[in-house]
Design a binder for this molecule. Structure first.
Ligand SMILES: Nc1nc2c(ncn2[C@@H]2O[C@H](COP(=O)(O)OP(=O)(O)O)[C@@H](O)[C@H]2O)c(=O)[nH]1
Ligand SMILES: [Mg+2]
Ligand SMILES: [Zn+2]
Length: 218
């Protein structure tokens, strides 16, 4: 008898990711996978984005963390289309977790689905979730060397965000070096420098509107 073997976890993941992508495309939903270290401001960015785009663009969020529903609770103030995924000891989201969480959303109500990945700059990059684009997020507080130390994220991201630019006067951070390292690794991706704290978000909101390619008056 011939034994059937599932060759690779990643192959299975890719198959489920393809199903996710198909479901999202059918519904005309733009999906992004937001990847950044713990504390770079992912949830804060999404709270501010939901606030800024309320009534203009319908956003849903899947948010991954090892434990707690704190991020989902923060986001639930702005949308009822939010699901927390608790990964236990898991340091990334996989396509199956996203598929199960997507089933709890009302996709017909959404223009955009943001997946806030588990705070980690490394393995989330390797797992396709069914997203249209990956967005890599760094912050001034983490230091200027993070892109150079995490080439796969910078390579694969369509957009890179540098958050907390309000901290530049207080933290040793060589902005020229940061920009040069990003450019060396990825000459195509856009790099947007923002401060969620100071509500300096215009470039990001414009970028998001352009991706959705709808007549939304942002
Ligand atoms: N100074 C400053 N702090 C920020 C900014 N954005 C977020 N934070 C703070 O960074 C901390 C982590 O934010 P959070 O959204 O939980 O990060 P996450 O772990 O990436 O989701 C919080 O205390 C935020 O208030 C910013 O633009 N400037
Ligand atoms: Mg968060
Ligand atoms: Zn992992």
């Amino acid at each position: 008898m011939k034994v059937q073997v599932v060759e690779s976890v990643l192959k299975l993941n890719d198959e489920i990711a393809a199903l996710n992508r198909e479901s999202l495309r059918k519904q005309g939903i733009f999906c992004l996978d937001l990847i950044g270290g713990p504390g770079c401001g992912k949830t804060a960015l999404l709270e501010a984005t939901l606030r800024a785009l309320k009534g203009k663009l319908r956003l849903g969020v899947l948010v991954g963390d090892l434990a707690t529903t704190r991020d989902a609770e923060r986001l639930a103030r702005w949308t009822d289309q939010v699901v927390q995924i608790n990964t236990g000891k898991g340091c990334h989201l996989d396509a199956n977790q996203v598929r199960q969480a997507m089933a709890r959303l009302d996709l017909a109500k959404l223009d955009v689905l943001v997946i806030e990945n588990v705070g980690n700059l490394i393995c989330p990059v390797g797992f396709d979730l069914g997203q249209d684009v990956k967005v890599g997020m760094f912050s001034v507080a983490e230091g200027d060397d993070k892109p150079a130390k995490h080439p796969p994220l910078v390579h694969e991201a369509s957009l890179l965000l540098l958050n907390k630019i309000d901290l530049l006067p207080y933290v040793p951070f060589d902005l020229q070096k940061f920009r040069a390292d990003v450019r060396t690794l990825n000459s195509q991706a856009e790099l947007l420098e923002i401060s969620v704290q100071k509500e300096q978000l215009e470039p990001w909101v414009t970028w998001l509107g352009n991706q959705v390619k709808r007549e939304v008056n942002l």
